[in-house]
Design a protein around this ligand. Structure first.
Ligand SMILES: Cc1cc2nc3c(=O)[nH]c(=O)nc-3n(C[C@H](O)[C@H](O)[C@H](O)COP(=O)(O)OP(=O)(O)OC[C@H]3O[C@@H](n4cnc5c(N)ncnc54)[C@H](O)[C@@H]3O)c2cc1C
Length: 512
């Protein structure tokens, strides 16, 4: 039977698009290079009993009527795939020497908490927090599908938001003259972008910050169940998700993409696959290079000229006979920095590879749901995340493997020293398993160029109106990936659903 949608890659946006199309009776076939589906959202198991999600920690837009919920409803999955909400009184716990701030959902409570910490700057703090809420509402109005009447009704707010188009978070901190420590507490979730305030798009920060204010979530049955549920919809509706198949080339006839060539990573045999429409979930720039950039229109070539997001370092640890709830962990994330200046902290780690005073995120997935599928009852999982430089790790791995492993160990040691000092005194004694991932690990398992974490870097340059979307200028060929939409769980649901809307005419998204 002819394939309607041949999809390269099984990342979240591809699975969402594929599931929606399969549900309407279209024949979907997905080719995935890895042994697991899900891209950055895949789950892997070690020692047969500990499961870790590669790169998802917490997600937004999952409440009733919001993007993820709308898509799940359309797929009849909303009763099966459910989410637990993080503590609305403090979903992100920001910690640095001398300061602690729990970020609440309620903007007024945030203003109050910050004003208590910085009484001399209460006015600036109030104005800044209100500006975030205003910008967030305007950005929703400006995102597709745009309602021109609504835009006109809120013209002055929309106009002041547009003025931030090229601004970094640091620009706006400076505009409102926030004290350094307040800036750091507000921006301490910088690992969610892997950019410091002086490089991060203000828009990107506002979207994520207010997204989590409106509800930070974790799937009740872990991320693996979300991925498997999407795969099941595809399969139950006659589609296929074929693993261990790496696409090595695209087949073109004139200006139309007709199919792909893929190598089976197990048998090493090459196969050709065809489809009426080809959807590209692999990195768009890498795909364009395979196809030949000259085949794309000038405007698409310009949009493809993005730089990649920095890469990251991950440590996945299992602790035994220890309840992390006794040490300040719970239904929230913890973000810690030793440096008060996040721009400097980032520079030291990313450019100097100096992790002696690290800034990092701590997540505890086993405390977010009572479903104990990820590890035995007497164990808990704790994960650490920070930035890492791809070129540095690539060179180290290629030239001196021992030094590469030592560097990974050195970073974890530095983090564990701080965790033992400030949070869990004997943590190391309870660790029964630890595994670390570097930028080259990302590249190896997710095939992301330069180990990039979020696709195109979330700088103002890449967040402008000229951002790539699903259009490719080639016939029968569409992009569907974080770099041609937006990175993150909910944004990739949105990206997949938007392409589904565009190709099916069936409208399921709203402004949430
Ligand atoms: C460190 C880190 C932490 C994160 N934390 C969060 C979080 O807490 N919350 C959140 O919402 N988001 C988070 N994200 C972002 C989120 O995981 C991603 O934005 C999202 O999963 C990207 O989905 P995607 O559809 O772009 O596809 P990707 O995940 O990029 O998947 C692309 C797929 O294509 C496959 N592929 C590539 N090339 C080929 C080829 N040639 N042939 C066949 N297959 C190919 C890859 O193997 C992969 O499976 C995090 C990301 C990182 C890196």
């Amino acid at each position: 039977m002819a394939i309607d949608y041949l999809i390269v890659g099984s990342g979240l946006s591809a699975l969402v698009f594929g599931a929606l199309m399969a549900k309407t009776g279209k024949k979907v076939q997905i080719l995935e290079a890895h042994e697991y589906p899900g891209g950055f959202g895949h789950t892997f198991t070690l020692a047969k009993k500990y499961s870790f999600n590669a790169q998802l920690h917490y997600v937004w837009d999952c409440g009733e009527g919001q993007t993820v919920n709308r898509v799940l409803k359309k797929l009849d999955l909303d009763q099966q795939v459910t989410f637990n909400r993080y503590d609305p009184n403090g979903f992100d716990h920001m910690r640095m020497p001398g300061y602690a701030l729990d970020i609440p959902s309620d903007p007024q409570a945030l203003i109050h908490r910050l004003s208590v910490l910085f009484p001399d700057h209460a006015d600036q703090i109030r104005q800044f927090v209100l500006e975030i809420q205003k910008t967030s509402s305007s950005l929703k109005r400006l995102s597709p599908p745009i309602n021109p009447a609504e835009l006109l009704q809120h013209l002055s707010e929309v106009f002041s938001t547009v003025m931030y188009l090229n601004r970094t978070l640091q620009d706006v901190f400076d505009k409102f003259k926030l004290p350094q420590a307040a800036q750091t507490l507000l921006a301490l979730q910088w690992e969610d972008f892997l950019l410091p305030p002086d490089q991060l798009s203000f828009y990107a920060w506002v979207i994520l910050f207010t997204g989590y204010q409106n509800g930070a979530f974790y799937p009740t049955q872990h991320f693996e169940q979300v991925i498997q549920s999407l795969v099941t919809v595809i399969k139950e509706n006659g589609g296929e998700v074929l693993l261990n198949l790496e696409v090595t080339d695209f087949v073109l006839k004139g200006n139309a993409v007709k199919g792909v060539q893929a190598i089976d990573r197990i048998t090493h045999q090459t196969h050709e696959f065809t489809g009426t429409t080809i959807v590209c979930n692999m990195d768009p720039k890498k795909a364009a290079k395979m196809i030949g950039e000259e085949k794309f229109s000038r405007s698409i070539r310009q949009k493809l000229n993005y730089d990649y997001s920095p890469s990251n370092y991950m440590a996945y640890c299992v602790v035994k006979d220890l309840d992390l709830r006794d040490y300040g962990f719970g239904e929230w994330n913890t973000f810690h920095t030793e440096h008060q200046d996040l721009n400097e902290a980032f520079y030291q780690m990313y450019e100097q590879h100096d992790f002696s005073r690290p800034s990092f995120a701590i997540t505890t997935p086993t405390l977010l749901t009572h479903e104990h599928r990820d590890c035995p009852e007497d164990c808990q999982i704790i994960e650490f995340l920070t930035v890492a430089n791809y070129k540095y790790f690539r060179k180290l791995k290629d030239s001196d493997r021992k030094a590469y492993y030592q560097k990974k160990e050195e970073i974890l040691d530095s983090i564990l020293d701080i965790v033992e000092k400030h949070y869990v005194p004997n943590l190391r004694e309870h660790i029964v398993l630890k595994v670390t991932g570097s930028p080259t690990t990302n590249e190896h398992f997710c095939l992301c160029p330069q180990g990039n974490s979020y696709g195109s870097s979330l700088t103002p340059r890449n967040m402008t109106l000229g951002r790539l979307n699903h259009e490719t200028s080639l016939q029968n060929f569409y992009f569907c990936n974080a770099s041609s939409g937006y990175p993150g769980f909910a944004p990739t649901f949105w990206t997949g659903a938007l392409l589904y809307q565009r190709l099916s005419g069936d409208v399921i998204l709203s402004k949430g």
